[in-house]
Ligand binder design. Structure first.
Ligand code: NAP
Length: 278
């Protein structure tokens, strides 16, 4: 990649913590592959500083911004315009800078649907179970319903399950773990799997006709995916969603078709290095 110059465009991510973010690796590989004079950097911005950070984006002409915890809700309130997807969720994870007018998007759920499409898994007319009701689950529930799936939400805290299922409108309902057995697509959107906990659902609910997706991508091979493979199910890791939501942001910011295979390779290489270092 040539050294940044006076014409280099800047894209960034804000969050806290942020040093673990894979976004710089994924986006810088994509900019280089596409021959774009762009650079991507990560900024640690503490909670409460979202509005000032977005003012900085306007003032400095930062061309595109990714937004991660704890800023997704505050960014929703601080941008100038939001998409329908972001409005439904009340959260923004991607900001497009149109000459100082900031448009807030939420690309997480669409990233999962794109990742499933890339794996040849149809979503329209499917029975999905989403485990979890946090930020990631909410975006996935809304996107799966928009894409034509019936969505059953299973979550430890019942109130949050009800609120999340409502995002799917008539296609959403609250269910229980046993519903996993009759789903064609099972999505783990809880954080279970990151820290050596047990399985988020009993393995005997998984079967060969299913696609099982784990949004947890560190480790890439989670206990759920290992169990899914052992039961003959199709196991799909969380790297695809990460890459595809990044690809949506890349296209929004640059207007250029994203080099998805390059982004995927960069993410997997960085995760592999991280896992070897543990
Ligand atoms: P979050 O808002 O904190 O939500 C966490 C969810 O996990 C809640 O539904 C919570 O249930 C549930 N949970 C936590 N511990 C649990 C346990 N021991 N047993 C059962 N349920 C438990 O987190 P998030 O932002 O949605 O992220 C969830 C996961 O998705 C994280 O691992 C994150 O890294 C991953 N993620 C991946 C991508 C990707 O691109 N692949 C994108 C976004 C997020 P309660 O409601 O009962 O507390």
């Amino acid at each position: 990649m040539p050294a940044p110059s006076g014409t280099t465009r800047v894209a960034a991510v804000i969050g806290d913590p942020i040093s673990h973010s894979l976004s710089p690796v994924i986006f810088n590989a994509a900019f280089e592959s596409a021959g774009l004079d762009w650079v991507f950097v990560a900024h640690q911005v503490p909670a409460g500083e979202t509005v000032r950070a977005l003012d900085g984006v306007r003032a400095m002409g930062v061309a595109g911004l990714s937004v991660t915890m704890p800023h997704k809700d505050a960014a929703f309130a601080a941008v100038d315009e939001v998409t329908l997807e972001a409005r439904a969720l009340g959260a923004v994870n991607c900001v497009e800078n149109r000459g100082g007018h900031l448009v807030g998007h939420n690309t997480d759920g669409a990233g999962l649907v794109a990742a499933l499409a890339a794996e040849g898994v149809p979503v329209d007319g499917q029975r999905c179970v989403v485990l979890g009701a946090g930020g990631a689950a909410r975006s996935v529930i809304a996107a799966l319903a928009r894409a034509g799936s019936e969505v059953t939400v299973v979550n430890r805290t019942a109130d949050r399950a009800r609120a999340a299922a409502a995002l799917a409108g008539e296609r959403g309902r609250v269910g229980e773990q046993a519903d996993v057995a009759s789903a064609s697509i099972v999505v783990n959107a809880t954080s279970v799997g990151m820290g050596g906990e047990g399985l988020v659902v009993p393995a005997d609910l998984l079967s060969p006709a299913q696609a099982v997706v784990d949004l947890v991508y560190h480790p890439v091979a989670t206990p759920l995916l290992t169990a899914a493979r052992a039961r003959g199910a199709r196991a799909i890791d969380g790297v695809g969603m990460l890459v595809h939501q990044g690809a949506l942001a890349f296209r929004l910011w640059t207007g250029v078709e994203p080099p998805i295979e390059v982004m995927n390779g960069a993410a997997r290489a960085a995760l592999g290095e991280r896992e070897r270092a543990v």
